[in-house]
Design a protein around this ligand. Structure first.
Ligand code: UD1
Ligand code: CA
Length: 459
């Protein structure tokens, strides 16, 4: 039978105290809503309907073509939210997964198990539940003496006896699609919050003598509903532990996985060593046997094999095999570092391509450079790429040797094998094989220092 999914994402998330809608907050690099969508994909729904409301356009943008959208202009409760999907789904045969956009830790595997359980038991409704040490805030699963689910009671409506119950509603359910929309016609707002509760359909089914069940998660962590920033941080740490564990299983060494921050889409090859306090964000890829030391921060970059990055930052760049970087280097967007290049301490590279085996060991700025292979930059080289208004390119051939503390004033082109004398200011092209000296000739005045204030003769 067909599967459908309804994702609830219309709420503001008042307790987040945020300008952003709650489901737009990120966990391990992607929004909570995207996490939910990735899990929902495991049940391959024929149709996804996302209920949006608060800042609807923002939410619509993240999901774009992955979902259909219905607007809930007033947030009158979770039951009311599901009713908004009626036009999209009501007449269809099959089962419908309803899931909240604020439960980013529920796995696709659990959703598949939930559907299988529901179909196997021929239920009209199956609730995904979990056993909580501290159930405060969640809806409680109320069972009769035979252990059958009778209803769900919200925290604010629960009596003292019901508050003792530790089995909670995760906010995820599977329903017979047609019966869901029929039952929703009978819910009302007679409760502590004056809202239309989706959870009330459970009692309605039970009273009509229909089969209601619960599928209990083994791991309470999966059920975490993020209502405030405290829970957001908890979700983040659970997700990171999961991500890091998967990398370890795949052959990555972590010095301290508790202190390593890796986004969900990062790929790491085997035999990589990741020291503590490393952050890998976005669509980053790390090649085999590379080493990332303490303090390294990499965003949306592709790193080759056998690369060593020592306490450095790399953004939106490509680093080829065998490159060594740092400590304290900054590789800024749109840079390509060729095989075996070396970018040493206090070197900044921006929008530049660096050829194979080229070295910039110390205190250098390479901005908008097209640099060949086997080039050596002396300490303190600056590619002066900016005139206050426009950026210009410096082109450097192969095997060029740039003496220390030289400034190359772009646009300028240096031919292959050229030699730039130390402390030169170069503002004209340098031909292949040439020596360029761009500084005043040194002057010597014999004995001129004697009698000056610094000189021992005056002390
Ligand atoms: C809900 C459940 C509770 C469960 C908990 C699990 C109800 C009545 N209660 O409570 O039993 O234990 O989730 O996390 O369903 N939303 C809308 N429109 C609305 C109201 C909510 O789209 O009018 C969306 C929210 O954006 C959110 C989700 O529904 O993504 C859940 O709403 P929330 O207010 O967080 O429900 P809880 O109070 O946590
Ligand atoms: Ca919630």
């Amino acid at each position: 039978m067909n599967n459908y999914a309804i994702i609830l994402a219309a709420g503001k998330g008042t307790r987040m105290k945020s300008d952003l809608p709650k489901v737009m907050h990120k966990v391990a690099g992607i929004t909570m809503l995207e996490h939910v969508f990735r899990s929902v994909a495991a049940i391959a729904p024929q149709k996804n309907v996302t209920v949006i409301g608060h800042k609807a356009e923002l939410v619509r943008e993240v999901l774009a073509s992955q979902s259909e959208f219905v607007l809930q202009t007033e947030q009158l409760g979770t039951g009311h939210a599901v009713m908004m999907a009626e036009d999209e789904l009501a007449g269809l045969d099959g089962q419908t997964l309803v899931i909240a956009g604020d439960t980013p830790l529920i796995t696709g595997e659990s959703l598949k198990n939930l559907i299988d359980f529901h179909v196997h038991h021929k239920n009209v409704a199956t609730i995904l539940t979990a056993e909580a040490d501290n159930p405060f805030g969640y809806g409680r699963i109320i069972r009769n003496d035979n252990g059958e689910v009778v209803k769900i009671v919200e925290q604010k409506d629960a009596n003292d006896f019901e508050k003792q119950v530790k089995e909670i509603n995760t906010g995820t359910y599977v329903f017979d699609n047609k019966r869901l929309f029929e039952a929703l016609k009978n819910i009302n707002t007679n409760n502590a919050q004056g809202e239309y509760y989706l959870t009330d359909v459970i009692g309605i089914f039970k009273e009509a003598g229909e089969k209601v069940g619960a599928y209990k998660l083994r791991d309470f962590n999966e059920s975490l509903g993020v209502n405030d920033r405290v829970a957001l941080a908890t979700a983040e740490s659970v997700m990171r532990r999961r991500i890091n564990k998967a990398h370890m299983v795949n052959g990555v060494t972590f010095q301290n996985p508790e202190a390593t921050y890796i986004d969900v889409d990062v790929a790491i090859a085997p035999d990589v060593v990741v020291e503590a306090n490393v952050t890998l964000k976005g669509q980053t890829k790390i090649g085999a046997a590379s080493v990332l030391t303490n303090g390294t921060y990499i965003v949306d970059s592709v790193i080759g094999d056998h690369v060593v990055v020592t306490n450095s930052m790399i953004e939106e760049s490509e680093v080829q095999d065998g490159v060594t970087i740092g400590p304290f280097a900054h590789i800024r967007p749109k840079s390509v570092l060729g095989k075996d290049a070396h970018i040493g301490n206090f070197v900044e590279v921006k929008g530049s391509s660096i050829g194979e085996n080229t070295k910039a060991g110390h205190l250098t700025y390479i901005g908008n450079g097209q640099v060949g292979s086997n080039v050596n930059f002396g300490a303190g080289t600056i590619l002066a790429n900016y005139d206050g208004k426009n950026k210009y390119t410096t082109t450097i051939g192969n095997n060029v040797f740039v003496g220390s503390n030289s400034t190359l004033l772009a646009p300028v082109t240096i031919g292959d094998n050229a030699l730039i004398a130390a402390a030169s200011a170069i503002n004209q092209d340098v031909p292949t094989d040439a020596l360029a000296i761009g500084r005043e000739r040194q002057v010597i005045k014999d004995g001129y220092a004697i009698g000056k204030p610094h000189h021992p003769s005056t002390k």
